[in-house]
Design a protein around this ligand. Structure first.
Ligand code: PBG
Length: 337
């Protein structure tokens, strides 16, 4: 009578996937994707004042920092080898208005932060967003007129804001407001101002997502937002439309592309990388971070393993890097390996 092993071999023809999984050394040898510190971009939140490190309730472990503290954080990040920061301002409510006019103040909070970070830590990249939501009294990413987020006027304004951000020292402009034609307009404006070396990382496919909730608390736009952003962000149901949208950004001169949120859109990461071959990044957004943190804090999952698994998944999906609030935490873990 045949034993069970022979029955299995008859079926598999002696092919056994488990041979390569049998020991730590074989697993290391055949590992296809690796996460390194070079893959990380750290998003941080800036507030006015000094000496401030203000915890964000909906994002345990993440703080809003005044510029002096952000400079210290940038120094720590650079010391760990993190290539770049992405900065977001939480400005005073009195400064927010219908058109987001503070975005056009050369010396506004975000530009001051860029200048201070680049002066103290010149070797870390600074990536700035040009969407208007931190500056508007209604929390939308563009100018609101007659119940509509007006496209062309917003593009005009974000292009001018981009030049000011570059003047302040921003290395990469990352427009997240999803207006049509913004990449081309920003490229022209940057070049006209002599900023040929400032890159553009397009938030090429930004979906109308529930996962941005904690971010809106972080920059205090949640309570302000009237309606939703479905007239300018992409419908989560649409993958092909997302690729067509990204194609326009590539044509208009984007240097790098981003997919946002991350984990629910790994298919988009893969399709973007396949379609264009540009450096492609995923934004593991606030709600993705919070899901892992909250479950871990309750003892329901192993937070560290879940964090590393999600970040590695972005690499497997073709991403060159990840914007993640875990950046410092994961950089410390990677340094110990
Ligand atoms: C808006 C913007 C959003 C995020 C960054 N910039 C989305 C939004 O508020 O609609 C989300 C980032 C995150 O959730 O971590 N321009």
């Amino acid at each position: 009578m045949q034993d069970r092993t022979h029955l299995v071999d008859d079926i598999t023809g002696h092919r056994r996937m488990r041979r390569n999984r049998k020991a730590d050394w074989t697993r290391r040898l055949v590992q296809e994707n690796r996460l390194t510190v070079d893959d990380l971009i750290w998003p941080i939140f800036i507030v006015p004042g000094s000496g401030i490190v203000d915890p964000i309730a909906a994002m345990p472990g993440v703080n809003r920092m005044s510029i002096d503290k952000a400079v210290e954080a940038a120094r720590e990040a650079a010391g760990l080898g993190i290539p770049a920061l992405a900065t977001f301002p939480n400005i005073e409510m009195e400064l927010r208005d219908e058109t987001g006019s503070n975005s056009l103040e050369a010396n506004n909070l975000i530009n001051q932060a860029t200048a201070a970070i680049k002066k103290a830590v010149p070797n870390i990249g600074v990536i700035t967003d040009v969407a208007l939501d931190p500056f508007t009294s209604h929390g939308h990413d563009g100018i609101l007129r007659g119940g509509e987020i007006v496209n062309d006027e917003t593009v005009d304004q974000v292009a001018r804001a981009a030049v000011m951000q570059a003047d302040a020292g921003a290395d990469i402009i990352a427009p997240s407001e999803m207006m049509d034609g913004r990449i081309g307009a920003i490229r022209l404006a940057l070049d006209a101002a002599g900023h040929q070396n400032v890159g553009i990382m397009s938030y090429a496919t930004k979906f109308a997502s529930a996962f941005y909730g904690p971010y809106r608390e972080a920059i205090s736009t949640g309570g302000l937002l009237k309606g939703d952003k479905k007239t300018y962000y992409i419908d989560p149901a649409n993958g092909t439309e997302a690729i067509r949208d990204a194609a326009l950004d590539v044509e208009e001169g984007a240097d790098m592309l981003m997919v946002k949120p991350g984990l629910p859109y790994l298919d988009i990461c893969w399709r973007m990388k396949e379609a264009f071959g540009l450096p492609t990044f995923a934004y593991q957004v606030s709600g993705e971070y919070t899901q892992i943190k909250a479950a871990a804090m309750n003892g329901w999952i192993d937070g560290e393993r879940a964090m590393l698994e999600t970040l590695l998944s972005f690499k497997r999906a073709g991403c060159d890097g990840i914007l993640t609030y875990f950046a410092i935490e994961v950089a410390k873990i990677l340094a110990k390996r």
